[in-house]
Design a protein around this ligand. Sequence first.
Ligand code: FAD
Ligand code: NAD
Length: 467
Amino acid sequence: EDDNSKKVDTQQQQPKSLEESKREYNIEKFKYVIVGGGTAAYHAVDKILENDKTAEVLIISQEYSVPYQRPPLSKNLWASEDPDVTKNLQYTDWSGKKMDLLYEPESVYGTDALQFIRTKKVIDIHLDQKIILLNDGTLIEYEKCLIATGGEPRKLNFTSKDQEKITTYRTVDDFIKLHNFVQEGDKHITILGGGFLGSELTCGINQNFGKKKNIKVTQVFPENGVLPLVFPDYLSEYATEQIKKSGVEVLNKKLVKDVVESETNNGKLVVKLNDDSHFETDHVVVAVGIIPNSNVAKSTKLEIDPLNGGIMVNAELQARSDVYVAGDVASFYDHSIGQRRRMEHHDHAKVSGELAGINMSTDQKIPYTYQPFYWSDLTPNIGFEAVGNTDSKLKTFSVWEKSNDEKETSNQFTKGNIYYLNDKNVVVGVLCFGNYGKMETARNLIQKGKAVSDLNQLQHAISLEEE
Ligand code: FAD
Ligand code: NAD
């Protein structure tokens, strides 16, 4: 009997199938449906509303919040002095300007032109029937659809399942939760991951709350140094040293085997490392990459990039007629580099979203030939902008500004350019370290696609002077 009742329960929790839902619900129709409510979604909608004055747009998001940008969640918002920052969600940008995290206030959504469905997940898109199925059984018909679903943080399977104390980090809710925790003061926080997110959060929390609120930060990752996927080894080592000097405990070349509850009942977690050492901590943040949310059209299937993950699109960002894909989840052909790529950065989400929006709402079929850039800020002396393919596995050539002070060895990497070359000696990526405003010149260099016969030709390719 027990067994039977369990079976019934699980079945009731199952989402309804397309056929079941069709019998139960009236199907609402929208000219444009955007699956996902992040940066790519917002910028696509912006262009659709600009181009099509009769547009009826629906955004469906599994988050509660209306569209907002993510970069301040690991940087500027942590530097805010506003005691109500978790409510106001305002930050100061690089130029000193006060900015809102939300792209638009709530009041913009909920008109005839633009509807927003929150906290609902799209579980299938039937591409032949042009029907979208939500997790509560609702069906929505579209004429044109954009998939802008981004990615989900990768999780690690630890013995402790305490979701209050072990968190991944991607959303505004994650920021609010972690900020509230840090505000309590006198805590030890352990951040797993040496990539963009792990390193930015480590520095953002340590800089702004380390001394002020007595927060000790430990960063753990398996590689030699931080940003191992983009920095050449020497720079990764240097950046790691700088982070250590700022007061962070960095456990590099260490893998976390498990996280368990402390046996002493003191409410702490125990982090167990692969060298059999362990330590106690109050909170663990897991920042070990994302998995693209590609699996949204299960029943009719879209083509997935076997190498980079993500949904494959053509030059016009179409996966199929009337179905577009933009942002982190899109695998696109990089026109100037000549290879298929997926990019997990803000500028790409913005510009690919805009282009998808234009192609969806006009008769144009514009190819995506833009070369997006990205940036990061860690300690006050580690910040950079980069464009193109900056995979640290590529050959690199670096040009650094010479230090005036011969004895000054600790701060030798203040300003420089790193060129990434493919096997034909063509520059395919550039990272400008402490050297801002050079992305257009770098783009032009990549666009040229010419093989470099003598690497010294790159010495003056991009200026180290402020322009
Ligand atoms: P997202 O912004 O992830 O939006 C996707 C949305 O779709 C999410 O709201 C998601 O919940 C929703 N969704 C997914 N699946 C479904 C579904 N089935 N049904 C309904 N909704 C769904 N990049 C930089 O270049 N510079 C930075 O400084 C920088 N800082 C960052 C800081 C943080 C903390 C994070 C997390 C990322 C940062 N990035 C940065 C990366 C950048 O934010 C992403 O590349 C960008 O957000 C991608 O936009 P997107 O619209 O493709 O996806
Ligand atoms: P990432 O891909 O940048 O870094 C992954 C890192 O995870 C690796 O470098 C490694 O150090 C670590 N890792 C992998 N397995 C691990 C393990 N078992 N234990 C400990 N560490 C492990 O991803 P991320 O840093 O998690 O960032 C998440 C997403 O947010 C990415 O898409 C990233 O591009 C984006 N993001 C971008 C920026 C930026 O552009 N400035 C800032 C923050 C976040």
